[in-house]
Design a protein. Structure first.
Length: 362
């Protein structure tokens, strides 16, 4: 019920490896480095930017009308509120450069969030997918038109729900990890089988750097969630991959991708685990699925570049890196990506100038 409130910048608790390819013909090794989170204010001085996009239902790609879209600064302050039109579109104008969070709430109570960095210009055409949770199918309209509440929702004490909501506000709006953990523990004390509280606890531990406690909480969430919480699986996969435990991460990510096949995070983590296991041919499909799920997100293109590098598909890798730079020209990996891109262009140009290799006779 609550884990779908996760932020897209949960990716900041994971580790991402950009493959080195100083010599493209050689085998490549991943080098781990933190995934980007907030990148701050653009020093160029741009002061009038905008964010626009549309809200869709992940399972059907249908545009959602009358969804509430709140824009928050990373400090937690509410910048503005908008409602999607008949085509599911929304827009915020007159924004300053910096980092923001979109919080989308549909009329039937589904909520999702997405981070947006305005570091090099306005953000247009954002697609915010609302992932329907399996338990949402239990909510059927009552005769008077109001949604009913599942039996499980009724079983969760109000005290536990309030503690969870407070903990999530502390975690996502204030980055108060210790304060959020206290609230999550309070929620679990009121309802010991509260899988969502364990999942959010795992996120809080991961963001604070305690991967051992994060893994323990996420495994508890997975065990209690009964496949309701695909995000618990992909966050756990990310924690495991961050510790190079790819053989353990792969089944967690595969489960997440099975539960939420349109989730870019699930496919991203599956590709990451398979790449860590040196299974680049198997990783190409999930990496491409992550790109299709979030075509305006630069991170999946880096994952796909890693895969194409291991497969020695250097022309495709060059296209992936160019796409990353188009989407994030001032991003945290931009300088490194430009160096790698130039190396690949030189390699391809040199290869094109060589005479063709004679083919053996049939």
């Amino acid at each position: 019920m609550y884990l779908h409130r996760r932020l897209r910048f949960l990716a900041s608790v994971l580790l991402f490896g950009l493959m080195g390819f100083a010599e493209p013909a050689l085998a490549q090794r991943p080098t781990q480095r933190p995934m980007p989170g907030s990148t701050g204010v653009n020093p160029g001085g741009m002061t009038s930017l905008s964010i626009s996009g549309f809200v869709t239902e992940a399972d059907s790609d249908a545009r959602l009308e009358n969804a509430t879209v709140e824009l928050h600064a990373f400090s937690g302050a509410t910048v503005g509120t908008a409602f999607t039109n008949g085509n599911g579109e929304f827009e915020f104008a007159n924004l300053r450069p910096g980092s923001y969070v979109l919080v989308v709430k549909t009329i039937d109570g589904q909520t999702t969030t997405q981070a947006v960095d305005l570091v090099s210009g306005s953000a247009f055409g954002l697609e915010v997918d609302v992932q329907r949770q399996p338990e949402a199918s239990h909510r059927r309209p009552a005769p008077d038109g109001r949604p009913t509440v599942s039996v499980r929702d009724l079983a969760v004490p109000e005290k536990a729900q309030e503690a969870l909501a407070k903990g999530m506000q502390l975690l996502y709006r204030k980055s108060d990890f210790s304060g959020s953990l206290k609230e999550f523990r309070r929620a679990i004390k009121a309802y010991p089988d509260f899988a969502e509280a364990y999942a959010q606890m795992g996120v809080a531990y991961a963001q604070s750097g305690d991967t051992r406690a994060s893994e323990e909480a996420l495994r508890k969430a997975v065990a209690l969630g009964q496949d309701r919480l695909p995000a618990a699986f992909w966050v756990l996969a990310g924690v495991l991959s961050g510790e190079q435990r790819f053989s353990e991460a792969e089944p967690m990510a595969r489960k997440a991708a099975g539960l939420a096949p349109r989730s870019w995070q699930s496919n991203f983590e599956l590709a990451r685990a398979l790449l860590g296991l040196n299974r680049a041919p198997d990783a190409e499909g999930p990496a491409q699925a992550a790109v299709r799920a979030q075509p305006n997100n630069p991170l999946p293109y880096l994952m796909l570049a890693n895969v194409h590098g291991q497969l020695r598909k250097y022309s495709a890798q060059l296209a992936d890196l160019n796409q990353y730079l188009r989407l994030a020209p001032m991003g945290p990996y931009a300088a490194e990506v430009r160096v790698r891109r130039d190396q690949i262009e030189q390699f391809l140009a040199k290869s094109a100038s060589l005479p063709p290799t004679p083919q053996p006779p049939h």
